[in-house]
Design a protein around this ligand. Structure first.
Ligand SMILES: NC(=O)C1=CN([C@@H]2O[C@H](COP(=O)(O)OP(=O)(O)OC[C@H]3O[C@@H](n4cnc5c(N)ncnc54)[C@H](OP(=O)(O)O)[C@@H]3O)[C@@H](O)[C@H]2O)C=CC1
Ligand SMILES: N[C@@H](CC=O)C(=O)O
Length: 362
């Protein structure tokens, strides 16, 4: 059976949940998917790095609390993350990048992804920085090195928004996207509507694993700005920079605003959108909106999110599901690995078909 060796870069909520999935359901997944997964390297800012090319025993790591994990002193362990060395030199097939999203320049994740692709390794990532800010360059790099970069989790966690657009909406002209694209801010707005304090709701979202390492990115709309850029670039063929996307977050909305809106039959939501103009350009923005209760996005509650695609032949097609969550986002990485397997298994079949063809016809 085909096996993929993984290097996990960043061992926080998402990559830990991926390790849990592999440890707990690896055999079942292998039976179902036709390939096995093995972790051969882990790096993390606090824990350091751990390498075992025969496969890391995940159980003891997962039994240790996230704040207590230290790889130094373990066989193959080091106090230093040694990201560049691990990514370039350890023989892994796929690098799973899940360090923090940096909305300013995408680093250090951009470098992590670049090193992996240059080393001929596939990448799956949930990190929005590299995809939104350097997506075009990194995709070209992947093509040059004959490998894949997959990033379903960069928009709406494990909910298949990007793959739906790419695979299931092909043949349609998509003229715009609009949606609720941040689980944390949607959760906070709902909790404040229920009477909770804003700061307490932020803390709850952090504890539940929804929020960014710095939740300002959620509350001030930077996270949705990156997601709108990814959708506009991937689905509408744009090439947007952050300065092209108007951004306003939810920090200016008070509990009173929320209560007043409810009294008027409205509900505050942080809405991101990108719309193709008649001159071919794309207008994109992120801003809070008080939506009428019967608006299709008004009922999207808690960490649930939704993206609506406006199309020429089908009208509006909406995909809704979890927008955040550790396990939900780990599933996005698994779905990326499945996509890598499908693409390259097909490549292998195509090239072996080519060999057969040459043998038959000279
Ligand atoms: N959680 C979610 O619901 C979703 C998350 N994402 C994205 O997925 C990524 C991971 O999210 P999540 O796991 O929740 O975040 P966490 O903050 O829980 O985990 C990130 C981990 O990466 C580590 N790290 C930071 N910098 C480095 C570095 N240079 N080298 C090695 N490790 C590093 C952090 O260490 P330390 O803690 O010491 O800084 C932390 O352990 C983020 O980019 C996020 O935006 C995307 C969709 C949904
Ligand atoms: N912090 C983000 C996580 C997913 O991208 C969110 O809350 O949506």
């Amino acid at each position: 059976m085909r096996r993929y060796d993984l290097a996990l870069i960043g061992f926080g909520g998402v990559n830990r949940a991926l390790a849990e999935l592999i440890a707990e359901r690896g055999d079942e997944l292998a039976d179902e998917l036709g390939f096995a997964l093995r972790v051969v390297a882990i790096t993390d800012l606090r824990a350091g790095s751990l390498v075992d090319v025969e496969g890391i025993d995940l159980a003891p790591l997962l039994a240790t609390g996230p704040g207590e994990l230290a790889f130094a002193g373990m066989e193959g362990g080091n106090a230093d993350p040694r990201n560049e060395w691990v990514i370039r030199e350890v023989p892994a097939d796929i690098v799973a990048e899940a360090t923090f999203t940096n909305p300013a320049d995408g680093e250090p994740a951009v470098s992590h992804v670049r090193w992996a692709l240059e080393a001929g390794k596939h990448v799956c990532t949930t990190n929005k920085g590299p995809v939104a800010l350097r997506g075009r360059e990194l995709k070209e790099l992947a093509v040059r090195h004959g490998v894949s970069i997959e990033f379903e989790g960069a928009v709406l966690s494990g909910t298949p928004v990007l793959r739906t657009a790419e695979r299931l909406l092909s043949g349609l002209r998509i003229t715009g996207v609009e949606g609720i694209m941040n689980g944390t801010s949607n959760f906070i707005l709902g909790r404040v509507e229920d009477g909770a304090d804003f700061e307490a709701a932020v803390k709850e979202a952090q504890d539940l694993g929804y929020a960014e390492a710095d939740p300002t990115a959620d509350v001030e709309g930077h996270d949705v700005q990156l997601k709108v850029m990814i959708l506009a670039n991937e689905v509408l063929g744009a090439d947007l920079r952050p300065e092209d996307v108007f951004r306003e977050g939810i920090s200016g909305i008070t509990a009173e605003d929320i209560k007043d809106a409810v009294d008027k039959g409205l509900r505050w939501k942080l809405v991101g959108s990108a719309t193709r103009r008649s001159d071919g350009g794309v207008d994109a923005r992120v801003a809070p909106m008080a939506l009428p209760a019967d608006h299709p996005l008004a009922g999207i509650a808690g960490p649930l999110n939704a993206v609506a695609f406006r199309t020429d032949l089908l009208g509006t097609v909406t995909v809704s599901g979890p927008g955040a969550g550790r396990i939900e986002t780990a599933y996005a990485l698994l779905s990326d690995i499945i996509a890598i397997h499908q693409r390259h298994a097909n490549d292998a079949a195509a090239s072996s078909g080519h060999v057969v063809e040459e043998a038959l016809h000279g």
